[in-house]
Design a protein around this ligand. Sequence first.
Ligand code: ZN
Length: 467
Amino acid sequence: MRLAVIPFLVLAGPALGATDDPPPAEAARLLLEKAEAGAARGQYAKAVNTYEKIAKEWPQTPAGQVAARRTGTSGYVGHVDLVRNGPSRNRVDVAIMGDGFELGQQGDFDTLAKVAPRNFERHEVLEEYYAYHNFIRVNLRSKDSGVDQHGRDYDTALGAFKSGMAQGQVAVRPDLVRAMLAELPEHDSLAIVFVKNGDLGTGGNGVASVGGRDPKTMVHEWGHAFGGLMDEYTAFTGHRGLVRNGPNVSRTEDPEQVPWRHWLEARARGVKVYEGADGRPQGAWKPTTNCIMDVGMDFCPVCREAMVLRIHEFVDPIEGSTPPPHGGPADAIHVDMKLSVRQLEPVEFRVAVMQPKSHGVTAMWWVLPEEEAPRPSDPDVDRTLKDRRDRGPLPPIEARPLARSRRPKGGEHSFSVDPRDFEPGRYRVVCRVIDETRVRGSKGPWVLSDPAGLLQSERTWWLSLDQ
Ligand SMILES: [Zn+2]
């Protein structure tokens, strides 16, 4: 067998090498990359033509299969960053999609897509954490420009349809949204979909569908989709089964049991227990009478707290730290350092933090002897956390911090340790950062209860001080 194979390889080698053309898989990949780059620049028709060519010429290659997915009558065309505030691993990535936009109407969608980040930037609550988001425009082409209803079925990328709700609110198919998100190199399973010819909107499980460009509708649906918030309005929207508890809707009026009881205990102004929510006048209760999940323009304090916490499920208030570890990954959370107490230069530690619009996040620093330092969390687990809730709250530190700073220059807190101030031994330098959500112009903090410790983060360094 072996002898039979070897002469074949010897013969095949020079035959393949005789031409300078890249092998088919490579050729297909390069062309696909070129088409995607073109789509990102607005060359949509050209990109689709190229996908068709790749799918036809190199159907067996990985790129050929990707291209084939994009050659149907409706589907994915390309994507581009609309607003990139930071790396996807530490931001909320919001994909902006359109349904019912034909290939020749992508320019209209591109204009409309810009509305989404602008609505965030101009909204009282979302603007404070605007920098915590990225916005990625995803161009989809639809064969038709209609919303399915009364048995009429249009061919669109996301299958928009009139939901069964009383006002005919527009919705899209979540499985198709997921398929389009899968075309992106990274995503957070979150999308805002503008539906051409759609009415009002719906939201849930990461997907907000909106007809038109009204900021209130978009933010309201984003509250459903992203924040898991429920409707606070009373108007009948269709039968919804039993009332379930949400952050802002309760199935009981008992002040001890409503999900926002901590706001009642804090006597927050305007927060009580009002009957009428979840699209029904009775049997469901809400915290306020003026919330964007009802008739208001802004999130009520209860919904605002839920939105801020949700953002922090994705975003660590610490963006990075130095000095970096020796030989470890660049984003390590705990670093080992060896120094001599006779070292003449102090060592500077730095922690870069996220920057909300109007307030700073606080940093506190400790240098703790090994026996007083809290048990470190598992750095490998920390680094690979997808959902920050899985870390759990940080263990308390009894000792008073040696330093505390609120609003650092350039978003970086720093702290110096002079080894000559310490006895030889093993120490832990701890930096803890907390977003106290004390937003300028607000009476109290935006978050009263943070059981998972989402607003806190830490970086630590082991210091071994020798003679
Ligand atoms: Zn609310």
